[in-house]
Design a protein around this ligand. Structure first.
Ligand SMILES: Cc1cc2nc3c(=O)[nH]c(=O)nc-3n(C[C@H](O)[C@H](O)[C@H](O)COP(=O)(O)OP(=O)(O)OC[C@H]3O[C@@H](n4cnc5c(N)ncnc54)[C@H](O)[C@@H]3O)c2cc1C
Length: 293
């Protein structure tokens, strides 16, 4: 820890990774600064060096390779909502980014990489990306490494934010027959969610072929529910099945959070409601036209 931290703005990934390797744990990466600046301003965090990655071109932009969308870690929420390739290929992600609170400043400066690395339980991006089974790419002194976002969420040894950089997010294009929904239960407009749910459903005619639900904002990390829903595959969606899905999702929450967004017992119950509403939103055939650009 230093009383006079230094500021560095590496030109490219090579320079950034060399710098981070030489600083060990004394560095703190800054992207949009929306989350980390308050910690710095209040003196809660005093690293040796702030490493501003904002000038690294390789971390910017959205590209499509075959059926995979690659999203640079510095892509801001506004661009997630408006970039054609994301709106058309990953409408669930575009819609979830649209639900982020905090107004224009947050949407124009907050990055998808910063949102993921923060691992904040109330954030909207992780549930959507987990529902889409996304991968992430990390750069550390060991080189580039690709892993699933789920694996990253369960692994605290990644060193992101100090010794390693999240470079991109990789997501398979959603197939045209995949239905999706995202429901954010919140106390007021622009607030964090008390219970968030992302649903991805594939139908075979009237029958449910696959279903994956992710609950956010209720536990310390997002909860992915898929195997537990296998019993509802092969049948048509009915209100009874909706209620059963609700119960499965409630039962999947072990230690619900209690904070300004609500008491844990209520949040656990609301996880079920959010899951059912996201499911019904998906089944109502929500299309990209619902995404305001
Ligand atoms: C008022 C307000 C309301 C908000 N409401 C919501 C909301 O409703 N839903 C929601 O999802 N989000 C919300 N956010 C969060 C916002 O969406 C940002 O995504 C979030 O602040 C982090 O993004 P950032 O780019 O600002 O990250 P920073 O603050 O720059 O960094 C955050 C953390 O990630 C690390 N980091 C950043 N980028 C990388 C990288 N590429 N590699 C390695 N480490 C990295 C940093 O070291 C730091 O630890 C809100 C923020 C504010 C200020």
């Amino acid at each position: 820890m230093s009383l006079h931290p230094m500021y560095a703005r590496p030109r490219d990934l090579e320079q950034a990774s060399q710098l981070l390797a030489s600083l060990s744990s004394g560095a703190v990466i800054i992207a949009g600064g929306q989350e980390i600046m308050p910690f710095i301003n209040y003196g809660v965090m005093m690293p040796d060096v702030y490493v501003d990655i904002g000038g690294i071109k390789a971390l910017k932009g959205v590209n499509v390779n075959d059926d995979e969308v690659s999203i640079g870690a510095l892509t801001v929420h506004r661009d997630i909502q408006s970039t054609e390739d994301i709106v058309e290929r990953l409408p669930l992600l575009a819609y979830a980014a649209q639900q982020i609170g905090g107004g224009w400043q947050v949407h124009n400066r907050g990055t998808i990489g910063g949102n993921i690395v923060s691992m904040h339980p109330l954030y909207d991006i992780a549930p959507a990306l987990l529902a889409l089974d996304a991968d992430v790419e990390l750069l550390s002194d060991k080189g580039l490494q690709r892993m699933s976002l789920l694996q990253l969420q369960n692994d605290s040894s990644h060193g992101l934010g100090s010794s390693s950089i999240l470079t991109k997010i990789l997501v398979k294009t959603m197939l045209p027959n995949v239905l999706w929904g995202y429901y954010k239960l919140k106390n007021s407009a622009g607030a964090y969610g008390s219970a968030n749910a992302a649903a991805v459903i594939q139908m075979d005619g009237e029958k449910i072929k696959s279903i994956r639900i992710v609950i956010g904002a209720v536990s310390e990390t997002s909860v992915v529910i898929s195997k537990a829903l296998d019993g509802y595959l092969g049948g048509a969606y009915t209100l009874e099945i909706g209620r059963a899905i609700e119960k499965v999702c409630i039962d999947a929450i072990d230690e619900p959070l209690s904070d300004q967004q609500g008491d844990g017992v209520w949040r656990k119950a609301m996880a079920g409601i959010a899951a059912r509403r996201a499911t019904e939103m998906a089944l109502s055939n929500l299309t990209t036209s619902s995404i305001k650009r």
